[in-house]
Design a protein. Sequence first.
Lengths: 265, 259
Amino acid sequence: MSDNVNDNVKVRLTDVTKRFPGKHDVTALDNVSLEIAETEFVSIVGPSGCGKSTLLRLVAGLYEPTSGTVEISSSKPGRPKTAMVFQDHALFPWLSVRDNVMFGPRNRNVPKAEAAEIADAQLARLGLGRFADFYPHQLSGGMKQRVGIARALAQDAEILLMDEPLGALDAQTRTLLQEQILELRQESQPTVLYITHAIDEAVFLSDRVVLMSARPGRIREVIELDFPLTRGPELRGTKEFAELSQGIWNHLRDEVQAAMALDDQ
Amino acid sequence: MILRFFREKWALIAGPLLILAAWEVLSRAEIIRSTFFPPPSEIIARGSIVFDLESGLGDDILATVVRVLVTIALAVVIGVGFGIAITASRWTERGTGTVLAFIYPIPGVLFFPFLTFVLGRTEAAILLTALVTPLVVMVLYTVAGVRSIDHTLLEVAHNYSSRGVRRFFQVLLPGSLPSIVTGIRISLGFALIAVIAIEMVGAQNGLGNFLWTNWQILRVTDMYVALLCIAVLGLLSSVGFDAVADRLLPWRAGVEKVA
């Protein structure tokens, strides 16, 4: 990794191992080291059960590593370290859309009126301004996930963690939301760690794609992408996009097969 | 609409009517002793004593209703608070679990003698005795409610730094509310049973006391009127509560409408 990346490292994982003790001791992550620079968008791709979600939860502080360290640099006091977008939206069904988005700021004792302003601004940004007073069950799957993203953005955290945020959506909604996430990126350049199954999604959005191996999860390959930040939807139609996606799949195929063999056991 | 109700649900009413009619005929023919089983028509006619101030039945109904309401209110406030508190750690949950499982099957009224040692035959002793079973039910249902909260939502709470009082009111309480509502429905029944039973043995008023006194002087018809009042109270409490319950869970009601 080049020096200028090292200078403004936002997240540093050093030799992180995570074991889940139990009847069958499961090593979810084995000796993983990774650095994410400020404003960088890093995607993690790998077969099911490779520890992608575990990695994200370690960064989020939901799990403690068995060994190794997770460091997140703080840019200003009081700014939350992480804000996570969950796969199945995970909105509170008993809170209105606005209250869901206000949830983080209110927990940090931001005054109610100010928190509501933050929420309304983020909802408007995601095209959900009209739905602030709705309950989650009144929204479609894609809208719920956009509320989930708005909730994370309202935190203005050091790093945005996204756990297969589009995994449960239909293909068209997914394509549209990919473009919306790209726009958000271009607007405010957050630091993002993004987990996905979809290779094309990773290539479309990221600066770097990290390939992980089947259990125990290790980093197998890191692929630097040099598409500019100003990329647009037309990127998907280019030859480089197709070649890169195919290349990543070639790397990944063995791992997916290995993971399936593990599941069959 | 009423016509349609009868066409579809006539059996619901036909069953009880058939039993009452049989009772009426058997009692009038003295096949069963009308001293102990007076004909239902007489009991219903006698029901007017509810509105007769002289009989004191109205006051007794009021006394019972107040006791049930106080009991259920205490059970809900204490039970929900305590139930959520003990889920804070696995150890407190396991530790109290054994105690609760031990107390739960004991008929609540059996605690009355013990409580009178300490409190005398006071209103406090009556209410605390009635409280035992509903309180255990509320704690158990609250714990089950917290356990039923989607694990991911707890991860959200953690990641978005929800702590203490805010976590209680915004996450744990609403998350366990469906189960708590079921608990309240069940506790209402238990509270009514307990209050009546204690009134029979240890109170100076209330429906239980009215029933017991009339049994002792063999005023059988009045006894049946009290029985009828208790049944109606039970019915009203469950129907009334169902009407309120949906309002407690607006996000649920909506889901059902959509589905």
